[in-house]
Design a protein around this ligand. Structure first.
Ligand code: HEC
Ligand code: HEC
Ligand code: HEC
Length: 128
């Protein structure tokens, strides 16, 4: 019967170690990035396309924009709702999402992605 204390202590240690990743991150299995919207984006309410689509496919949309502009000379993008946007990374995306560090970078840092676009394309200067 003397082992009872040891078993309980063992169980407590096991439980603490096993659940460490959970309580260490304050209950979340891992901290997912939370991209922040600018006031301008909030006022616009919607992105150039459906949010779920943007979340997963924005890189493909940017590629498509680049192709239409560079190869076909078309600068207007019309979305599903018939709304028109100028197909431009710096002038359109970065106009609403002018907070690159708190928006684009939050996600990209999380997935260790570092798009090389900024070697040539500009983004608005941010104030701290
Ligand atoms: C007219 C302003 C506006 C423009 C222009 C715009 N966005 Fe957005 N974007 C938004 C808003 C508002 C949301 C959030 C929509 C929501 O909460 O449903 C958003 C959401 C997103 C998301 C998803 C964020 C998340 O929390 O998952 C991504 C990614 C994104 N935008 C990228 C882009 C890119 C890339 C471009 C250019 C191709 C662009 N946006 C152009 C306003 C804009
Ligand atoms: C909701 C999270 C999220 C937001 C917000 C976001 N991205 Fe991304 N982005 C990703 C993910 C995930 C990838 C894919 C990374 C990979 O496959 O390596 C990616 C990839 C990209 C790529 C392709 C990179 C490459 O090397 O192929 C570009 C370009 C890009 N994002 C531009 C932007 C721009 C510009 C913004 C801000 C206007 C933005 N993203 C905001 C999550 C996000
Ligand atoms: C080596 C320099 C360079 C790099 C790197 C680069 N681009 Fe471009 N991009 C250009 C040039 C030059 C144009 C043509 C500009 C014009 O005609 O307005 C262009 C045009 C574009 C356009 C359409 C016009 C506009 O105003 O945005 C998009 C969208 C675009 N690029 C997206 C990207 C994305 C996304 C990346 C990163 C994955 C990227 N580019 C990386 C040089 C570059």
């Amino acid at each position: 019967m003397n082992d009872r204390g040891k078993i309980i202590a063992g169980l407590i240690i096991f439980f603490a170690v096993f659940t460490f990743p959970f309580w260490y991150n304050h209950g979340a299995a891992s901290s997912v990035p939370e991209p922040k919207l600018t006031d301008k984006a909030k006022a616009a309410k919607t992105c150039v396309a459906d949010t779920q689509f943007m979340r997963t496919e924005h890189m493909k949309l940017l590629d498509a924009w680049r192709d239409t502009v560079v190869r076909e000379g078309g600068r207007v993008y019309t979305n599903e709702n018939g709304k028109e946007f100028m197909a431009s990374l710096s002038n359109t995306c970065m106009d609403c999402h002018s907070n690159k560090t708190e928006f684009c970078d939050r996600c990209h840092n999380y997935v260790s992605s570092d798009p090389y676009c900024w070697d040539c394309h500009t983004y608005p200067k941010e104030e701290k």
